[in-house]
Design a binder for this molecule. Structure first.
Ligand code: SF4
Ligand code: MSK
Length: 625
């Protein structure tokens, strides 16, 4: 690694911890990226296949070597199959997370848990009625059970359609029907993708890409949307609240506990346990001033959105949080948790606690959480953290920065409430050109790009151009750390957006949740399109994943485009080995689903692409550009 740590991140906390890692001889994700160079060119282009053991095979991108795998698959088929499997994995991750929430809802309904309750009974009833569950004469538990059973059916193909299909504007559903990409069941589409990509099944690249779109739509309007809505029902629908972000949220004299991953099921119980007077006394007896809970990544976003629990950082900050020497325990659920955390924790007194049978890490401490023991297990883990505090070496503690404030909690319900109950004021602002359009900037960090640089600068450039920015996941943390999630950031916005934000007291960049909460964005697009009587592809909206890394991001990007939302990626997916698939992604899909991908790592140019799209869409709606 270069000694100028500013090359790796725009964040001073990251730079300071990279320096400390260097001094203490601790390896990070950036070191390992360097070790992996050069990456395999075949894999980068999507041209390698190991789907069977007649291979592995690879296609020569220059045309002088093999052009077909042993089975005869060409570059287009291999690239499309690989992409399809990425989408399937991403959709599976979101949807399996959603299933865990449905199981929790079902356990509440069946009276099998005292630890979890319905926190938003109004939303329970509203959603149940919306998806056709008869609520007449039923108490909350009975409604919860019936709603959970309705959602369980979405995972297979018992209903033949998704519960939330009516949220999709009619015109969009017609597009899906025309190309045969209407999702039938969440699991069904994922399984079918695994089937199609087995040797000798679907060997038509276009057909495979269309099925990728169907898989991703099962994620967006299925697994992710169910995860979001059930999380709101069980843990509460977020409302705007102010909290703090960056490594400065760690407290030197406290027992510091971080929650990391994606699901709120475990972290909500930990949140309750850290307020337990007995445990607080134990922490004091151990010499600490108290217990401090903070989040990482999307589990952090879940707690931040609903409870205002501070946020320590995003994906590339997870190892660096341990390097402060001030973290007793990181409690993880699943997804985006680097296996390296175990090794970094071992360099300190810190512990990594895994909580789910489906996400164990060799070397970590496993404490299995379930609906009937979660409260007790959360206490157990907090006690573990208190014990670990006794072994902390104060000489190695360095909390490098002061935290900054951010505003979070913009569920669609909260956005509509801020607008006075309907989307009309937002539509009026869009029509008047005060808000020229909306962009969802989402996704991860990737050490191939300077940490937080692309996301932050793209968001800043968009608000300057009167484009309202919605953020989720790690992108929310990138922008929050730089102050864009506070109402005062309206000063950096164009005059129209500034006026709207000041009138409503909201920031120009709204944190709408975790990765599964991208479902809130497509739901909002559906509401706007229906209100205007148009398709989602007609709206002046766009999406971007400037620093994405994960298969989940591929699924999200795919469902954004399949919903008609133009999507700018900071890094190309591994499809460039196929002219056909690349052409489809960058151009051809416009004629199919009304939107395409673009690839641009320069944040200003990426904002320009979004701006151009918004201009085109505004013009088509007879609005000023
Ligand atoms: Fe090679 Fe075909 Fe087997 Fe892939 S499926 S490894 S291209 S033989
Ligand atoms: S946590 S998927 S690194 S956004 Fe959702 Fe962040 Fe990306 Fe994971």
């Amino acid at each position: 690694m270069n000694k100028d740590f500013k090359e790796y991140s725009i964040c001073t906390d990251a730079q300071a911890m990279l320096k400390k890692a260097r001094v203490e001889g601790i390896e990070t994700v950036w070191d390992r990226l360097l070790e992996q160079q050069p990456h395999c060119g075949f894999c980068e282009l999507g041209l390698s296949c190991r789907n069977c053991i007649m291979g592995p095979c690879r296609i020569d991108p220059f045309g002088s070597g093999p052009q077909r795998g042993v089975c005869g698959a060409d570059a287009d088929v291999i690239v499309a199959r690989n992409l399809g499997r990425m989408v399937a994995s991403g959709a599976a991750a979101h949807s399996d997370h959603g299933r865990d929430l449905v199981e929790t809802l079902h356990a509440i309904g069946e009276g099998k848990t005292d630890d979890y309750v319905i926190t938003d009974p109004e939303k329970l009833k509203r959603v149940a009625e919306e998806v056709g569950v008869n609520i007449g004469g039923k108490d909350d538990a009975a409604i919860a059970k019936a709603l959970a059973e309705r959602f369980f059916a979405d995972f297979g193909c018992m209903n033949g359609t998704l519960s939330f299909i009516d949220r999709v504007p009619e015109k969009r559903r017609e597009v899906w029907a025309k190309f045969g990409i209407t999702p039938r069941g969440i699991d069904r589409e994922v399984v079918e993708m695994m089937h199609r990509t087995h040797m000798g099944v679907d060997n038509d690249a276009v057909n495979l890409c269309l099925h990728s779109a169907r898989v991703s739509l099962g994620d967006g309007w299925g697994g992710s949307m169910i995860a979001t809505e059930v999380s709101d029902i069980v843990f509460g629908t977020p409302t705007p609240r102010v909290s703090k972000v960056n490594l400065g949220v760690l407290k030197e004299d406290y027992v510091n506990i971080l929650v990391h991953g994606h699901s709120p099921i475990v972290s909500e119980m930990v949140c309750a346990a850290v307020q337990d007077p007995d445990l607080l006394q134990k922490a004091k007896d151990a010499g600490a001033a108290g217990i401090n809970l903070a989040g990482l990544c999307c589990t952090g976003s879940e707690l931040l959105m609903r409870k205002g629990i501070p946020m320590a950082g995003n994906h590339l900050m997870t190892e660096l949080a341990l390097i402060t020497g001030a973290v007793e325990v990181i409690i993880v659920d699943y997804q985006c948790i680097m296996p390296s955390l175990v090794a970094v924790a071992a360099c300190y007194h810190s512990k990594i606690v895994t909580t789910s049978d489906k996400a164990k890490f060799t070397g970590a401490t496993h404490v299995e959480f379930s609906v009937d023991n979660a409260r007790a297990k959360a206490r157990e883990v907090v006690e573990m953290a208190i014990e670990a505090y006794k072994n902390r070496n104060p000489a190695r503690v360095d909390i490098p920065v002061e935290p900054v404030e951010l505003m979070s909690g913009f569920s669609n319900e909260a956005v509509l409430a801020a607008l006075g109950g309907t989307a009309q004021p937002l539509i009026d602002a869009i029509v008047a050109g005060k808000v020229r359009g909306v962009v969802g900037i989402v996704g991860c960090n990737n050490p191939k790009l300077k940490h937080d640089y692309v996301t932050y600068n793209m968001a800043k450039e968009c608000i300057k151009r009167d484009i309202l920015v919605l953020v989720t996941g790690c992108a929310a943390i990138s922008t929050g750390k730089q102050g864009l999630l506070m109402p005062a950031a309206a000063e950096e916005a164009g005059s129209g957006l500034k006026e709207v934000c000041n009138a409503l007291g909201i920031p120009p960049v709204l944190h709408v949740g975790s990765c599964v909460d991208n479902a809130r964005i497509i739901h909002l697009c559906g509401l706007l399109a229906k209100a205007l009587g148009v398709d989602i592809s007609d709206l002046p909206v766009a999406a971007a994943a400037p620093e994405w890394y994960s298969e989940k991001a591929v699924s999200i990007g795919m469902y954004a485009v399949a919903n008609g939302i133009y999507t700018v990626l900071g890094l190309a997916p591994p499809i460039l080995g196929s002219k056909l698939v690349t052409g489809l992604a960058l151009n051809g899909l416009e004629d199919v689903v009304g939107a395409t991908f673009a690839v641009e790592a320069d944040p200003i140019k990426a904002a320009e692409l979004v701006d151009e799209r918004i201009k085109t869409k505004r013009k088509a709606l007879n609005l000023t550009p």
